[in-house]
Design a protein around this ligand. Sequence first.
Ligand SMILES: Cc1cc2nc3c(=O)[nH]c(=O)nc-3n(C[C@H](O)[C@H](O)[C@H](O)COP(=O)(O)O)c2cc1C
Length: 387
Amino acid sequence: MKNLSRRDFLKLGGATLVVVAGGSVFRAVDQGMFSVGQGVAYEPWKNWRDAAAPTERIVAAGILASNPHNSQPWLFRITASTIDLFAVPERQIGVIDPVRREMYIGLGCAIENMRLAAEAEGFKADIHLMPNPTTESHAASISLAESSPATSALYEAIPQRHTNRAAYDTTRAIAEEIFSGIDSLVTESTVRLFWFKDESARTKFGEVAISATEALIADDQQSMDSHKWWRQDWDQVQESADGITLDAQGLGSFISGMGKFLPDLSRQSNDQSFAKNMREITIPSAAAFGVLAVPDGKDNTQRLQCGQIWQRIHLWATTQGLAMQPLNQICERADRESQLGIEPVFGKSIADLIGDDQWQAIMPFRLGYPTVEALRSPRRRLDKVIE
Ligand SMILES: Cc1cc2nc3c(=O)[nH]c(=O)nc-3n(C[C@H](O)[C@H](O)[C@H](O)COP(=O)(O)O)c2cc1C
């Protein structure tokens, strides 16, 4: 995932103001500078409780979930009392995710949001993961049985949760109660959370994550497949309503707005900013890292369960004022190594990091207290995702 350097945009901000003075306000409007998080692509964050039918409202909560590269690889079939969730292989993020690990984790995230929304709507959701062994794309079958409505803090946090890619506050440590609060959310026996809290553990994790980022951008195909999901142009964001945007980079509204004056960033400059940010901001400012692991990283049911747990953790963190960001480069390199049949350099590094051969790492992330508010990312509307 790309991160742009805050400083690059500040430098460019001065030049941009000259452009405004020269009369190019039109381009500013054209690029959505004055409407961060606005437009049809952002409506799903505001109208998610407005649909007529309960199952539509539950799906509307599902599509606000975390998902890889904001590819939103989902399709829903609904009746008055059932929701079936399917993976959309065409929306896979190429060789960034060659074994569809992230795709299924993202679908698990949507399932968790739907579970919470079903409770709030007055249903008990009976969730059957991978219900059809012969249809790999059929991720879940959900039946709703009436019960009394139960809104939760996690449900209320659904529209507030955003991936935060900015620097985190290095002056604020995370209290032990927060770590144990997160641990208590890991309720599936098939998912385990490994922490990297103290300085030496953080350094070890950080070094591997930075090397994996460098390896990823040096792999042309991975770099190209990642860049395919980069959306800088305002019209493109509004039309595709997917992918990674400038607003989602953690630069803050003002600098994101300024950045929209720029011509589209090249893949190479995006990659360079990504690696530089990892070295200078993402890793050094993290208060801690975590890795979610499962017994079998290739098992789709376990991946979905891991996604449910990740979404739950991120929602709970949101209620606590914490910032979070998945950091998947190590796993993305490990998957790429296995796809290519090359030496498992990162496969071995991540196994060494967690140090328990009963568990396979599938979802690394960082956390800390925010310095900048994370902004919304676009979403495809309900009528595009309900069949
Ligand atoms: C399986 C998975 C892997 C992800 N990997 C990364 C990552 O490596 N780096 C990153 O910045 N965000 C990562 N994300 C976060 C997504 O990019 C983010 O959820 C998506 O763009 C939607 O934005 P939102 O979370 O703010 O709604 C990942 C999310 C999922 C579910």
